[in-house]
Design a protein. Structure first.
Length: 174
């Protein structure tokens, strides 16, 4: 009888001692972290227009680009003046526009209407969008600050602050 009572007292004490004495690695196995964290390499960015890979080829699959914003170059030429030759004559270069990020700059023989047409073609129309997270974002080519303000006012739930478009607060939008 004494041995049975002694066993009943010793068994829980042994189990408790084993649990409290368990190393941290064993405890992590109990929590389900059997899978080791495998380090992953950062994603490779696709390069606009391709880039040279490490073997000297011109493949954009898997190349790393840290060039910042994509630069787009566009030339506008009147259709009647386009020659049918393979080489593009320098005197017909017309208007050259460069897009970097959301900025569009034109140089050469361009008037304001041509700049608006080319930049709108490249970046899209000036428009603002209201998101459920309470954010208003404007995209596309806005030629003037007033045009961006108008696009902001045209989007429900957005208001123009004088410098940027922001979401109106205190209102529910469905």
């Amino acid at each position: 009888m004494v041995i049975v009572r002694l066993r009943r007292l010793v068994q829980p004490a042994i189990v408790m001692a084993l649990l409290f004495d368990m190393p941290a690695t064993d405890a992590s196995l109990l929590r389900g972290s059997l899978n080791e964290d495998i380090p992953t390499s950062p994603p490779h960015w696709r390069c606009f227009g391709g880039c040279a890979d490490r073997f000297g080829g011109d493949s954009s699959a898997g190349c790393e680009c840290e060039q910042g914003h994509v630069k787009i170059l566009a030339r506008w030429v009147q259709e009647a003046s386009v020659a049918t030759t393979a080489a593009f004559p320098k005197e017909l270069a017309g208007c050259t526009c460069t897009v970097e990020g959301e900025d569009c700059h034109c140089v050469g023989d361009c008037n304001e209407d041509v700049q608006v047409d080319v930049c709108t073609e490249l970046l899209g129309h000036c428009q603002c969008t209201h998101f459920d997270e309470g954010i208003c974002e404007c995209n596309g080519y806005c030629h003037t600050k007033d045009q961006r303000a108008e696009a902001c006012f045209n989007e429900a739930g957005c208001s123009w602050t004088g410098n940027w478009c922001e979401a109106e607060v205190g209102l529910m939008w469905y």
